[in-house]
Design a protein around this ligand. Structure first.
Ligand code: ACO
Length: 426
């Protein structure tokens, strides 16, 4: 409900606009009726524009707060499993014991993929980027589940979400196995969600390895489950607003996630560390990041929303140290370099003044690398973890009244002019 009105004075006319309040966060001015008055709003990059109403995730970037359904990320990360967080995001409440067991059983029993999906992989080159494979295979899932593609049916929506969450680790591991030429591993129902992923990534038909519980717990904590209306989630919502099926929408989200300004940052951060090479070069690269004439940026630093420490980065930093300890990599030169870069950037005036802190991807990249996961798989793992957020946000949109997403523009091209025949053109 509108509690108060804002007044916009434009071309001598005053227009009253509703001001809406949420439970947390800034009020929003409802400008949806402005077009009837002959004007649009302009907000390139969506700095000040709320595109939807949501009850799932809240972020206060200035204070470094992230809540899922009201629960702080720090509490969820230390006390719950990834699947509990999935249940919370999808259903609005944490599961009780019985609900948790049922949910875990359902996810576990949907982890296998249809045998025909295996043939999709053969169409890709072995050196294809795993994200290229992921984007294609997830979109292709819509060809397998015609039975549950009625987006107006809540039961169909739930089954699609569960299928996606269950099958993403299997597909992600298949993307990896394909690129290294090893046979695909089937999921094992006796393993947890994270253990199963490690099994499908690193075991072979000849050898089942011991799964280190510290590494499984670290993967379980990868804190990407949801992050309100970021670029990929907004892409999923926009695609969903056309009535497209959830597999197609999430495939669109995976495409948006791929870029280095978003989910591709963890891979880019590791490449940057390799490029910097050793601790003696840190100063040179910090200077390049600060030079306005050099387009080099410190990857894994800065965030559109957080102007404080990303609360996920705080948790991930601890997890990163636990994993480095567990795999005996504390003295690895690359990780020493990462810690030195973090130390210098946190003290440097440029980064302090612009509030550029290491983001979650700086630490998740180092953590995944220590687990033995190659850099080109980092964004795939981000997509795996974010699938629940995409599914929850898509479901929330479809379950409520919504309209086709169709942004406007500020047109700056030529005015109307008459066609010139080809022989008359200069
Ligand atoms: N290194 C050096 N300078 C930076 C960095 C960086 N990583 N990030 C921002 N800046 C500077 C910009 O040059 C700009 O300076 P100016 O005001 O003098 O022009 C200022 O800080 C503001 O930066 P913008 O790009 O305008 O901020 P925006 O909110 O659009 O960008 C972004 C946020 C894209 C994340 C940016 O910080 C960046 O490119 N970071 C590196 C990539 C990265 O780590 N992305 C992961 C984001 S987290 C996630 O998706 C899970």
């Amino acid at each position: 409900m509108a509690d108060e009105k804002a007044k916009l004075l434009i071309k001598g006319k005053t227009i009253d606009l509703d001001v809406l309040s949420g439970t947390l966060g800034p009020d929003v001015v409802d400008v949806s009726a402005l077009f009837k008055e002959g004007c649009f709003t302009y907000d390139s990059g969506f700095n000040s524009t709320a595109a939807c109403e949501s009850k799932i995730t809240f972020i206060d970037g200035e204070k470094g707060i992230l809540l899922h359904r009201g629960y702080p990320i720090e509490q969820l990360a230390s006390k719950s499993t990834f699947l509990e967080v999935c249940y919370l995001l999808l259903n609005g409440e944490l599961p009780n014991k019985q609900q948790e067991e049922q949910f875990r059983r359902t996810i576990t029993h949907h982890t296998m993929v249809h045998e025909q999906i295996h043939y999709f992989f053969n169409g890709f080159r072995r050196d294809a980027h795993p994200m290229a494979i992921m984007v294609g295979v997830v979109g292709a899932l819509s060809a397998f589940y015609h039975d549950t593609l009625d987006i107006k049916n809540p039961e169909h929506r739930t089954i699609s979400a569960l299928r996606l969450i269950a099958k993403m680790p299997t597909i992600a591991a298949m993307c990896y196995k394909y690129t290294i030429g090893q046979p695909f591993m089937q999921p094992l129902n006796r393993l947890s969600y994270a253990e199963n992923f490690l099994h499908m990534m690193f075991d072979t038909p000849c050898a089942e390895s011991h799964i280190n519980p510290v590494l499984a717990r670290a993967l379980d904590k990868i804190l990407h489950a949801d992050h309100e209306q970021n670029a990929s989630t907004s892409t999923v919502r926009l695609a969903g607003s056309t009535g497209a099926n959830p597999f197609a929408c999430i495939s669109a989200g995976i495409g948006a996630l791929w870029g280095p300004a978003h989910g591709g940052a963890n891979e880019a951060a590791l490449s940057m560390l390799h490029e910097i090479g050793n601790v003696s070069q840190v100063g040179k690269y910090i200077a390049r990041a600060k030079d306005p004439n050099d387009n080099f940026r410190l990857m894994g630093f800065g965030h559109r929303v957080y102007k404080n420490y990303d609360p996920r980065a705080k948790v991930m930093r601890e997890t990163c140290h636990e994993v480095l300890e567990a795999v005996g990599a504390k003295n690895d030169p690359l990780f020493k370099l990462a810690m030195e870069l973090e130390r210098i950037a946190l003290e440097d005036d440029y980064f302090v003044e612009k509030k550029l802190y290491p983001n979650v991807d700086f630490y998740s990249g180092i953590t995944l690398s220590a687990i033995g996961i190659p850099a080109n798989m980092f964004t795939v793992i981000f997509a795996l973890a974010r699938t629940v957020g995409w599914a929850a946000q898509w479901n929330e949109m479809i379950s409520n009244p919504y309209r086709l997403g169709r942004p406007r523009q500020l047109y700056t091209g030529p005015k109307k002019r008459d066609y010139i025949g080809i022989t008359d053109r200069s």
